[in-house]
Ligand binder design. Structure first.
Ligand SMILES: *Cc1c(COP(=O)(O)O)cnc(C)c1O
Length: 382
């Protein structure tokens, strides 16, 4: 499509895909800007005093988010494990060395049952990896503040973990009230908001002790997990590098990339970015809605991210699941969000896509639907 990554694709015989599925790990998650890529390339051949680099990252995260401090881990899955480890062991070297053996430590993590997610791994395993055990509050559809409080009152509770994600389909929990309930019991609260970078400040404002954000999702930095929070908990997260965090540490190039991406984000005209995204979605909706067999609408993000996606509903007689698999099987392969495909709706995220890719998307939607309609009207053989 574009020249951006032609080199890598050609050199290693890799398929060029169109990713309309959003910040999706199996497709490479996001596209870094040229500035971020240059910062990474500049850092790779250099030595650094790594603690100093980590201090600069902490300052930059604090400056960009309004939190007291920040640290990086390898990714958000690692951040879940290490923030839970930090809640249990603090900065105590003996405890850090003992993990995942949690003898003599409070080791129960309270989690609303409806906040358990699978991002390719169950979030429960990321918690258990630290040596902690999970206590589920409420049920899969709902968790009230009273349900949370019942579990927070138990012995041995080390922290509360909440999830802010479009992957959570239950009745929303008031995050501020949940954080307060934890604090009333003297328990720290952590929010996993990996795919919510533009909302980091809102999540910090809930009073949570740590907010976990993926560097490679909407920040479009190299793979990294941002732990954004209080001095005390962030310091304890960094201290885990002398223990189970060794294999989850951030790379120097990720640190340099995150620094550049945070600077770029702060310098950006956010109102213009939002208006540009809205215009892109509106133009696509208008064009897709004209295609026979389909209707398209704007779908605001359900969690309050400042962006909309495109919802494409198929007419009766067209199977959206089949349409999605035809898009993936064709050339180039096109990936869309299929959570609601069984109900006849495909969802497209356009944020990282360029004009050429949007055109291919529209053309292929038209071609595949037409092919499906022709098949449907063909008489079965006598
Ligand atoms: C993507 C995601 C993760 C995992 O993030 P990685 O950085 O890929 O480890 C965890 N939680 C949520 C809510 C996510 O969206």
């Amino acid at each position: 499509m574009v020249n951006r990554t032609m080199g890598t694709h050609e050199r290693h015989r890799l398929t060029e895909v169109i990713n309309a599925r959003g910040t999706f790990t199996p497709l490479g998650v996001s596209r870094s800007s040229a500035t971020v890529a240059a910062a990474v390339a500049e850092a790779l051949p250099e030595f650094f005093a790594m603690e100093e680099l980590a201090d600069r990252v902490s300052e930059a995260i604090a400056h960009a988010t309004g939190a007291q401090a920040g640290a990086l881990t390898h990714c958000t899955s690692a951040s879940i494990t290490l923030t839970v480890a930090a809640a249990m062991a603090g900065s105590d070297p003996d405890r850090i060395a003992a993990l995942p053996d949690t003898t003599d430590m409070h080791n129960r993590v309270v989690l609303p049952a409806c906040h358990v997610i699978d991002y390719g791994q169950s979030s429960l395993q990321a918690i258990r990896l630290a040596g902690a055990s999970v206590v589920l509050a409420g049920d899969e559809n709902r968790c009230s503040i009273d349900d949370l409080d019942d579990e927070l009152a138990g012995n041995d509770v080390t922290c509360l973990l909440l999830t802010s994600s479009r992957l959570v389909h239950a009745e929303p929990i008031d995050l501020i009230a949940a954080v307060r309930a934890a604090h009333r019991r003297g328990v720290p609260a952590i929010i996993d908001g990996a795919a919510q970078f533009p909302r980091t400040a809102d999540l910090v404002a809930t009073g949570a002790d740590a907010v976990l954000i993926s560097g490679q999702k909407y920040l479009a930095a190299p793979t990294a997990g941002l732990v954004v929070g209080t001095q005390r908990l962030v310091r304890a997260v960094r201290a885990q590098e002398k223990g189970i965090g060794r294999g989850m540490k951030p790379t120097k190039e990720a640190m340099a990339g995150v620094l550049a991406a945070l600077e770029e984000w702060q310098a950006m005209d956010r109102a213009k970015w939002e208006a540009d995204q809205a215009a892109k979605v509106a133009a696509f909706v208008q064009a897709a809605d004209k295609l026979p067999g389909l209707s398209a609408t704007d779908l605001p993000d359900p969690t309050g991210l400042p962006l909309s996606r495109v919802a494409i509903s198929v007419d009766d007689g067209i199977d959206a699941v089949v349409l999605a698999s035809r898009l993936e099987a064709g050339h180039p392969p096109i990936y869309v969000i299929t959570d609601q495909a069984a109900a006849g709706v495909l969802v497209l995220e356009l944020v990282p896509l360029d004009e050429d890719e949007l055109e291919v998307l529209l053309t292929r939607l038209g071609i595949e639907v037409q092919a499906m309609e022709i098949r449907a009207t063909e008489k079965p053989p006598a």
